[in-house]
Write a protein that binds this ligand. Structure first.
Ligand code: ATP
Ligand code: MG
Length: 414
């Protein structure tokens, strides 16, 4: 993409109405635009990052055998009344409205009820199970606080997956596989070393059995306790004498860290299927409720976490797997003919390039490149003209290399 055709402009100053680092950086670099508090639009660069994250998540969900669907945002009140999750006392983040005829509707903050209702018309025998479905959907939640930029929004993209199994054993096998798949996702987006699976209910087999995926981050709203061996982490709500005794662990071996919840997996059990009428006939001919699990990842929240974690004083530093582009090509002075040539060759090789073809001073171009944070910067200037060598620098290093086009292509295609 040519930067001259990118309508977004970078900003030197932080927006006056933002306090969080991720929102300030992403706004300054032109990735997002704030509509109202807690509501952001994704601009071209931001959308590219989100699409990269989605692709990583999709691959893992498909490997689990899940099919992608897309449910509606508008949901009928009656469905949520059946499970007692309609009232504002039970669920405090509902946005609600009404149709012209007076019927009340809610804006989906989660989808267990509508998806279970959908499954009622598709599942009737044990042969129809298990079933796994997922979606990337805009969730609406009327959050009280929205001070963490795109990490806590009133409208945000979630990947939510739902599993319907024949029994608890079949469910737990899938639940464990999903835990691994989630860890793969966080590893692939570059957060593997600082993301922990934390047990959110003491690890006991109740219908509340659930786990959170918490990423260490100064701007996080949660506290977790990480064991000094680095493997075990506990949620604040279960960091007590009882849990420590069960684990045979000592309080002083844990260190409190600020963290942000990037994913959450739940065992719902059979209750919701009973309430919504999702039964199947088992091998013995008995009418049995399906066993429900639900699994979420905050897609746009992840982009915020990446901006929080991978940034320096000059701007963002995207990991390659999620960067909006693989390389940022910058032409200086009067070298646009050569730069055009390199741009076209790199594109033909399938390398994703942002090409700064604008008529600006070198300093401005470099400052923008640092702010946007694309992994590799390639500069075409005076030195390149005769030698046909190009100045290559990684965003996270100060070392400058001179590479031939051939070596440059090889490096960017790795
Ligand atoms: P939190 O404790 O942070 O409020 P939650 O437990 O309410 O999150 P879930 O219902 O488990 O969230 O949603 C699944 C995932 O969606 C979360 O793990 C998180 O990554 C993301 N998420 C939840 N709420 C928001 C929000 N308001 N803005 C952005 N992402 C969110
Ligand atoms: Mg949660």
């Amino acid at each position: 993409m040519k930067q001259s055709s990118l309508f977004t402009k970078t900003r030197r100053e932080a927006p006056a109405d933002e306090v969080s680092k991720n929102a300030i950086l992403l706004t300054r670099a032109g990735f997002i635009n704030k509509e109202i508090a807690g509501v952001y639009s994704l601009l071209p660069l931001g959308l590219r990052v989100v699409n990269k994250i989605k692709k990583i998540v999709s691959k893992e969900m498909e490997a689990l055998g899940s099919s992608e669907i897309l449910m509606s945002t508008l949901q009928p009140k009656e469905l949520w009344e059946k499970t007692d999750r309609w009232s504002d006392e039970k669920v405090d983040v509902w946005f609600k409205s009404a149709l012209k005829n007076g019927s009340e509707v809610g804006f989906g903050w989660s989808h267990e009820e509508p998806i279970t209702n959908l499954m009622v018309s598709h599942i009737s025998s044990y042969n129809d199970l298990p079933q796994y479905v997922h979606q990337f959907q805009n969730k609406l939640r009327n959050e009280v606080r929205a001070k963490s930029g795109i990490m806590r929004c009133r409208e945000f993209i979630m990947k939510d997956m739902y599993s319907y199994s024949r029994d608890e054993k079949e469910h737990m096998e899938f639940y464990d596989k999903t835990t691994e798949a989630y860890l793969n996702v966080f590893k692939k987006v570059g957060l593997g070393d600082i993301t922990y699976v934390t047990s959110a209910s003491g690890g006991v087999f109740t219908d509340k059995f659930s786990h959170e995926f918490q990423t260490i981050c100064e701007a996080g709203e949660d506290n977790i306790y990480v064991h000094k061996d680095g493997k075990l982490a506990l949620n604040e709500e279960i960091f007590n004498d009882e849990t420590l005794e069960k684990l045979g662990a000592k309080k002083e071996d844990f260190e409190m860290k600020k963290a942000v919840e990037v994913g959450n997996i739940f065992t719902f059990g059979t209750k919701k299927c009973e309430e919504l009428g999702l039964y199947f006939t088992d091998k013995e001919g008995n009418k049995t409720p399906a066993f429900l699990g639900s699994y979420g990842i905050g897609i746009t929240r992840l982009m915020g976490v990446l901006a929080e974690v991978f940034a320096d004083e000059k701007g963002m530093v995207w990991p390659k797997e999620v960067a909006p582009f693989r390389a940022h090509l910058i032409s200086l002075g009067q070298h646009s003919v050569l730069a055009n040539e390199v741009y076209e060759k790199l594109q033909a090789e399938g390398v994703e390039i942002l090409y700064d073809d604008r008529n600006l001073r070198a300093g401005e171009k470099f400052a923008d490149a640092d702010l946007i944070g694309i992994p590799t910067r390639v500069v075409i200037g005076d030195k390149s003209l005769e030698s046909k060598l190009y100045e290559v620098k990684e965003r996270n290093s100060d070392e400058v290399k001179m590479l031939s086009l051939e070596n440059l292509i090889a490096e960017l295609k790795q």
